[in-house]
Design a protein around this ligand. Structure first.
Ligand code: AHR
Length: 658
């Protein structure tokens, strides 16, 4: 053993020539080996509009129910006026109705009809919206107000848009141009003079008669990458920091929906927002689809991730019958050609020339270059019924016939075992699918007990996309214990990265107070973003990914009860070597770390440690930094003693030796 210099490092990191390990354990890593090629896109994300992830979340629109399309179908206590309040000034008075006789278009059938009695000097009728629990306004930033409006012919109105704080202080206002008796768009940019977390937008109308309003919108100009109709910057940045290699979207159960009438139809989600078709969200709220397919693909491009859209396999979600809905319904066979065409059209929209039928719409939206779609998910956790199989096969064959280069990802049920899983795999084998989507929500112990799962898979069969997984505590908290179980599993995924091509934690986002599902990777309020311990695990694997798995061996091997996992990968883009170790136990693991191939001389490296005193630790809004990665320089040699702290994930990044 050669002696390395003592390094004094914070907390629990110990790297020294002394003392000798309590147990004579040696972890040998062949840093000079070419290694086994593994998927360069192993770690990505899965975005679903669940827990207010899109409307009221990532989609930056600040007005709730902007197009008066909310209804009791979304939620029993909602209606078309939910989110709106009528205000009166001086002798002004008014009545709000919902109209549908002369809509903006067939996809946007309802609008507000405001009967105003506010013609007297100083009188006005107001209409206010406080967004999703108070509009956050920042002093000095620009906010684009826009609306479609028309008026009863022959009347005269003046109108004004205001941003107000909760106590009614006017933060900015703009007079709006005269109304016409035909639908016309109106807009103004406002700059609040003060910041508030609980603002509202108010339209004040002065005059007698009826005015009609739809698509009342307030959008921050400061969105992610300053995109119009874009994403909430702080949330999008935290997602981008994961360095995801792909994004699976838009669900999940959302895709196959509650019955056929609730399938996610991508064509309803593109083009001008006022012509998109909102619908109920299977998670029991409303989807405006303002965040639609164009925005999803653009986000992927903005963060350097491959888009992985998922289309329903011609059947709806079987699970809704257990709670509130209709269960699995199948597109009638005579309608399948139409549905198949819808799937093929998506590929043309994403990849087709700007003069192709669907590529033209992408170009008109501002993206003449193709999006280079390579993957398409068909189905999500579907029950393996004859109806599903028949429709999946039709879709699969049609896609492969027209677009042989597109990788179609099949589905093998909601769990990593059971009927749908077994039957799903048999079906995939029969069709010789390139890839299937496995899901697994299990206890932390399950993850530790299944680290060898993929080592046993037949390499001649379909590749695996682990599209949804999370370690679930009995109380569904994002504990360090759950995060470390996931980290250990991700290490096993790296080792099996020849077979497992992609993996994504689920779900990604949860709005505090509006969750239908826990745990989630990231929690947020209107003003804050909380990174969980699980988030930091994903982030560390995303930022320290490799494309070659290096031989790594622990001698003697530890018993199955011991919670210790390790991997070594190389990122061939820069030659860096990354060693990861997870210790899920209360005792430190001290070992001789033998980095074969590293020079004897001191090699500068970076180590990152994610740990806390107890496996029950959790980041919370009150205490968001209890579990955060800590990074420090370290000097490595070909051999040294290393201690993996209790309850920890350690990442050692060794830059390529010049
Ligand atoms: O991730 C939450 C849900 O879990 C997904 O919508 C579904 O696919 C799974 O059951």
């Amino acid at each position: 053993m050669r002696f390395s210099k003592f390094l004094f490092l914070p907390a629990l990191w110990v790297l020294s020539a002394f003392p000798s390990p309590v147990q004579a354990l040696t972890l040998t890593i062949r840093t000079d080996s070419p290694g086994k090629p593994i998927s360069p896109m192993l770690f990505g994300i899965f975005f679903e509009d669940l827990n207010y992830a899109a409307d009221g979340g990532l989609y930056a629109e600040l007005v709730q129910n902007r197009s008066f399309e909310y209804s009791a179908l979304d939620r029993p206590d909602w209606n078309a006026l939910t989110g709106w309040q009528l205000l009166k000034r001086a002798e002004g008075d008014g009545t709000a109705y919902i109209g549908d006789a002369r809509p903006l278009g067939p996809n946007n059938p309802r609008y507000l009809e405001l009967h105003c009695r506010a013609g007297r000097e100083g009188s006005a009728v107001g209409l206010s919206n406080s967004g999703f629990g108070g509009i956050v306004l920042k002093a000095g930033e620009g906010y684009t107000f826009s609306v479609f409006a028309r008026q009863q012919p022959g009347r005269h109105f003046s109108w004004q848009v205001c941003l107000e704080s909760r106590d009614g202080t006017i933060l900015d206002s703009r007079d709006l141009p005269p109304l016409s008796s035909d639908w016309k768009p109106y807009s103004a940019v406002l700059h609040p003079k003060e910041s508030t977390d609980s603002g509202r937008i108010v339209l004040w109308i002065h005059g007698d008669g009826v005015i009609y309003l739809d698509m009342v919108s307030l959008f921050p100009q400061n969105t992610f990458k300053n995109r119009k109709n874009g994403l909430r910057r702080d949330l999008a940045e935290v997602i981008a920091d994961l360095k995801p290699r792909f994004v699976r979207f838009p669900g999940g159960c959302l895709v196959h929906g509650d019955g056929l009438s609730n399938l996610y139809r991508w064509k309803d989600t593109i083009g001008p927002v006022e012509h998109r078709k909102a619908q109920k969200n299977i998670w029991r709220y409303h989807q405006t689809v303002g965040l639609g397919y164009f925005e999803y693909f653009q986000f992927c491009e903005d963060i350097g991730a491959e888009p992985v859209p998922v289309m329903a396999a011609g059947v709806s979600c079987q699970n809704t019958d257990r709670y509130w809905g209709v269960g699995q319904q199948a597109v009638p066979l005579e309608k399948m050609p139409e549905y198949i065409q819808e799937v093929l059209d998506l590929i043309e929209w994403a990849n087709g020339a700007p003069d192709s039928t669907w590529g033209r719409l992408r170009a008109q939206a501002g993206h003449p270059e193709p999006f280079n779609l390579k993957y398409l998910g068909i189905g999500n956790e579907d029950a393996m019924t004859p109806a599903f199989r028949e429709r999946f096969e039709m879709l699969y064959r049609a896609v492969k016939a027209k677009y042989p280069d597109i990788t179609v990802i099949g589905t093998v049920g909601p769990a990593p075992e059971g009927f749908d899983f077994e039957e799903g795999w048999k079906f995939a084998d029969a069709l010789r699918l390139e890839m299937v989507d496995e899901h697994g929500y299990k206890s932390p112990q399950w993850f530790w007990s299944n680290l060898n799962r993929y080592d046993r898979y037949d390499r001649t069969k379909s590749k695996v996309y682990l599209g949804e997984y999370a370690a679930h505590e009995p109380d569904r908290r994002n504990t360090l214990r759950s995060a470390l179980a996931e980290a250990a599993y991700m290490i096993a995924l790296e080792r099996n990265g020849d077979l497992v091509r992609m993996a994504s934690y689920a779900p990604l986002l949860g709005k505090h107070g509006n969750t239908q599902w826990n745990p989630n990777l990231i929690y947020f309020t209107n003003t804050e973003v909380l990174r969980t311990a699980n988030y930091y695990v994903q982030m560390l694997f995303g930022t320290h990914a490799g494309d070659r798995y290096l031989p790594a061996n622990l001698d003697p091997p530890l018993s199955d009860e011991k919670k210790f996992a390790f991997s070594a990968v190389r990122d061939s883009r820069n030659g860096d070597i990354i060693v990861k170790m997870v210790n899920g136990d209360a005792q430190a693991v001290t070992l001789t770390l033998n980095l074969q191939g590293l020079p004897q001389a001191e090699t500068p490296a970076i180590q990152t440690l994610l740990t806390a005193d107890t496996p029950d630790a959790c980041n919370t809004f009150r205490s968001p930094n209890d579990i955060v990665p800590k990074t420090a320089p370290i000097t490595l040699r070909d051999e040294q003693t290393f201690t993996a702290a209790p309850y920890s994930l350690t990442v050692l990044r060794i830059p390529r030796q010049k």
